[in-house]
Design a protein around this ligand. Structure first.
Ligand SMILES: Cc1cc2nc3c(=O)[nH]c(=O)nc-3n(C[C@H](O)[C@H](O)[C@H](O)COP(=O)(O)OP(=O)(O)OC[C@H]3O[C@@H](n4cnc5c(N)ncnc54)[C@H](O)[C@@H]3O)c2cc1C
Length: 468
């Protein structure tokens, strides 16, 4: 079997000089202060100091840095905004963090072909605003859309609130340019809707967490912007009834743009901090929404409200205007920040189960949290079966941290047992490695390593992440 070397060589002065010759002295940081900012990402409790941070300005510079690192056997960790929640940009073996934020040009919005072409450091908001000027929409909308980069979104195959109707990032990646671990540059796909010439490498690169190639250009699909949208909210005794309302909605022929849930812990916490008038007696809350032509939106909002009432919702409300819709969506957006204010450490996790197992899964999460004496609130994408159990605790309480790790191990095991996955959108990184083989099986993991070897024979690209 092809094995990939595990590089851990450190940077020396000669390599630093060569990096400076490629990117310019002002774009190579080796000072302790400069490195400290890149020792962490958004994942709590993970830290690893790189030896250098390089900010390339072109594909050629990326390729040159990768070639130099390859010759020296030094790891290269591609990085966008560092908002990932799986320790995917932690330099746990040292090496060079390749910060792609200077590659931030939106090269083209092409309304005739319904695509945008951009460099990887462009943020979603930038693309969304440019697309809106042409009456177009880029649907993937992770909660981090104001800060995360499109390169990072593609490399993690980010999801968001609109996944049920519009799909996730991979459904919008038509073409990529990438620098492989050898320094070679490949292009896969482009502005074409149909292209079956060869293996679909752009799909393979999507979600590859920087382990197969550095994405240097992206061609992304856009869709016509829906002229109208609607938002509503329903309170239920518990998640079982909310889940039945989801099934009833889908059976009624409605494919909602939004179907988000909050459990009781989240409803009460959000209300305590945000004071937006939520029903704190509710056992669960469902936020539903639709977009499209005005008549279709009105019809679907009515159907969804009825589905909730028929499943025993104690309170159902459809927003009368944008301001009210904004307040309802705020409840979902406020879930994480509100939970975070309860304690100094917030561990936001991610698992997915088949949609009809969601209530059972949330019940398992609550039971596990009780048994480990932890405060855990769960919210997520009811339409996708994707849930985010979120534990809040004191980081100085070592026993609580240990209990949280044990609890999340049990939560991931429960997701697998219910036919689900250890991550629906945040990725594997370093944090999910202990569970990867249990989910994929030994042969699958071995194949992943052989694929890695083909793209990156020296094993320098984000080594170890995603089981690579
Ligand atoms: C508040 C908050 C809300 C979030 N909400 C969501 C959500 O709703 N849905 C969701 O899916 N995620 C969410 N996330 C997680 C995170 O924002 C996403 O994973 C995002 O896609 C990461 O983008 P980034 O630019 O920050 O990438 P980084 O964190 O910098 O990198 C992520 C991964 O991509 C690789 N990478 C980055 N750029 C490139 C490149 N150009 N070429 C190759 N590899 C690259 C890195 O090596 C790493 O493996 C959230 C995070 C936070 C903090």
């Amino acid at each position: 079997m092809a094995t990939t070397a595990r590089p851990a060589a450190r940077l020396d002065d000669r390599l630093t000089e060569r990096l400076v010759a490629v990117a310019g002295a002002e774009h190579v940081r080796t000072d302790p202060g400069g490195l400290l900012a890149f020792a962490t990402d958004a994942t709590p409790l993970h830290r690893g100091h790189p030896d250098a941070v390089v900010f390339p300005a072109s594909t050629d510079e990326v390729a040159a840095v990768v070639r130099l690192a390859g010759e020296a056997g030094v790891p290269v960790i591609p990085r966008g905004s560092g908002t990932n929640l799986s320790a995917a940009t932690i330099a746990d073996r040292g090496g060079i963090v390749l910060a792609l934020t200077r590659l931030d040009t939106l090269l083209e919005v092409d309304p005739a072909n319904l695509v945008a072409v951009c460099q990887p450091g462009v943020r979603i908001v930038g693309l969304a605003e440019a697309a809106a000027e042409h009456g177009l929409l880029y649907p993937p909308d992770p909660g981090s859309q104001a800060t995360s980069t499109l390169g990072g979104n593609v490399a993690t195959c980010a999801g968001g609130l609109k996944g049920l109707k519009y799909g996730v990032t991979r459904d919008y990646v038509l073409g990529v340019e990438a620098v492989l671990g050898t320094g070679e540059v490949i292009r896969s796909g482009g502005k074409l809707v149909k292209d079956v010439a060869g293996y679909d490498l752009r799909r393979l690169l999507c979600g590859s967490e920087g382990t197969l190639g550095v994405l240097t250009e992206l061609t992304l699909r856009l869709v016509p912007r829906p002229p109208a949208s609607g938002t509503g909210v329903a309170s239920f005794d518990g998640l079982d009834a909310a889940a039945r309302a989801v099934t009833r909605t889908l059976r009624a022929g409605v494919l909602p743009v939004t179907l988000e849930f909050l459990d009781q812990v989240c409803v009460r916490t959000v209300e305590a901090f945000a004071r937006i008038g939520l029903d704190t007696d509710a056992g669960a809350m469902l936020i539903f929404g639709q977009d499209g032509e005005p008549e279709a939106v009105e019809r679907d909002m009515g159907r969804m409200a009825r589905a909730c009432e028929e499943e025993g919702a104690s309170h159902v409300r459809v927003a009368e205007d944008d301001a009210e819709a904004g307040r309802i969506l705020e409840a979902r957006r406020a879930a994480l920040p509100s939970l975070s204010r309860l304690e100094r450490l917030t561990i936001l996790e991610d698992a997915t189960v088949p949609r009809d197992r969601l209530p059972e899964m949330v019940g398992r999460v609550q039971e596990i949290a009780r048994r480990h004496d932890l405060r855990v609130g769960t919210f997520g994408h009811a339409g996708d079966g994707n849930l985010h159990p979120t534990a809040v605790l004191d980081p100085d309480d070592e026993d609580a941290v240990r209990r949280a790790h044990e609890a999340f191990g049990e939560i991931f095991a429960a997701a697998i047992e219910l036919g689900g996955t250890i991550t629906g959108e945040h990725g594997v990184g370093l944090t999910k490695l202990p569970f990867l083989e249990r989910q994929l099986g030994g042969e699958h993991v071995a194949l992943v390593r052989r694929i890695k070897h083909a793209f990156d024979p020296r094993g320098i690209l984000n080594p170890g992440k995603l089981g690579s």
